[in-house]
Design a protein around this ligand. Structure first.
Ligand code: GLA
Length: 385
């Protein structure tokens, strides 16, 4: 990929790129809608992601081009920027704006991006491009920003420039991922550990619903606000900084202090999902794949019934998985409202699973899903100097 990108860069900009970088996307094994509630999550970076060819120019201009989208931009280098519409280049532009506001000196530069992640499909294409740009700028301009600080900076861009109240999980996962390892991340303290993502005898699959995620950002922010309200009401009887500071047993006692039933359901998901992550980490470390699989199903049920972020397409996949002999667990991954699911399938049943699910899903939904194997990979890196 990097050779083709390099050639295309030279063709489009008339000079060679100075370097090429790659940043993966991620799946989340378990711990959904937990990061902005201060709990534990278990994401992993995957081998699909975003590439950036970049080179400085001398005409004080920022040029953005992408092989996936026709829109381009050429902006004069100034002190700050604001988001313009819904164009793809807001993501790298937001990172540049952040670098400038934090006092880093930048020059004009030409950027060419290519990604092979399905866009807006719950595999963190936006965190991928944000962390990619931040890592590249830090390297190119000699800022030596640590990977953790790059993740934090990229999250700020998503929160303040793009306007989505996301937590730290995606940016952290794609900045800090390790090959063949799941990451157990405490989203409050950022303490993290790696657990070999080995499910002996089983293959981890990703299933893209291919459903466009309409209104996902506004519904995401709505869930964020519901969790804030739940926390506020519970704080009157239970001192806690985050919903995830509350155990399921404690929650049972204090839940009536949440006045709205919907808000109570949201909090119940958060509290129980956080506990499932701990159990899943234990199961994974002990090689208990079936127990891990059960927790995936439990997570999906909670996201569907309590948090209400699933949908017909994701449920069709998980329902099929539940009836398929040889699949021991499945759930939606990422924010929901469409996007992707993951499933653990017996190695020798993978082809049957693909064929059966494609048929079942296409009959019920009207178009086919995309099904591929998850390859857990390293985080952001320089591909070529
Ligand atoms: C999106 C957000 C993350 C996280 C997940 C849900 O991917 O960017 O911060 O909240 O949704 O777990």
């Amino acid at each position: 990929m990097s050779t083709a990108l390099e050639k295309e860069f030279s063709k489009r900009y008339g000079h060679e790129p100075e370097a090429i970088y790659f940043c993966p996307g991620r799946i989340n094994l378990i711990g959904e809608h937990i990061d902005y509630n201060g709990g534990q999550v278990m994401p992993a970076a995957i081998n699909r992601g975003t590439w950036l060819a970049i080179g400085r120019n001398t005409d004080k201009t920022l040029r953005f081009q992408c092989l996936n989208f026709p829109e381009t931009a050429a902006l004069h280098l100034q002190e700050s920027y604001t988001k313009s519409g819904h164009e793809w280049f807001n993501f790298p532009l937001g990172v540049i704006d952040r670098f400038l506001s934090e006092g880093h000196d930048l020059s004009g530069m030409d950027l060419l991006i290519y990604g092979n992640l399905p866009v807006a499909a719950g595999l963190s294409s936006s965190a991928s491009i944000e962390v990619l740009t931040a890592y590249a700028l830090s390297d190119l301009f000699g800022n030596q920003i640590s990977r953790v600080d790059i993740a934090l900076l990229a999250k700020k861009v998503e929160n303040e420039f793009i306007g989505v109240n996301c937590g730290i999980m995606d940016q952290f996962a794609v900045a800090m991922g390790k090959e063949k390892q799941a990451m157990l991340l405490n989203c409050d303290t950022l303490a993290h550990a790696y657990i070999p993502a080995a499910f002996p005898g089983y293959t981890l699959m990703i299933i893209n619903t291919n459903k466009p995620r309409a209104l996902a950002d506004s519904k995401y922010n709505e869930r964020f606000a519901e969790c804030r309200l739940a926390l506020l009401q519970l704080q009157s009887v239970f001192p806690s900084n985050h919903l995830c500071d509350i155990s399921p047993a404690q929650f049972e006692v204090i839940a009536p202090f949440i006045t709205d039933e919907t808000v109570r359901k949201r909090a119940q998901h958060v509290v129980t999902e956080n506990e499932r992550v701990i159990l899943a980490a234990e199961a994974l470390a002990a090689g208990r794949a079936e127990d891990f699989g059960d927790l995936l199903y439990g997570s999906h049920r909670s996201l569907k019934e309590l948090y209400e972020v699933s949908g017909k397409e994701l449920d069709t996949i998980v329902d099929f998985a539940g009836t398929f002999k040889g699949c021991i667990g499945a759930r939606m991954t990422g924010a929901g409202f469409g996007g992707c699911a993951i499933a653990l399938v017996k190695d020798d049943r993978v082809n049957d699973f693909k064929a059966g699910l494609t048929l079942d899903y296409t009959v019920r939904i009207g178009y086919a899903p995309e099904i591929f194997e998850a390859e857990i990979s390293d985080g952001v890196k320089k591909v070529r100097p």
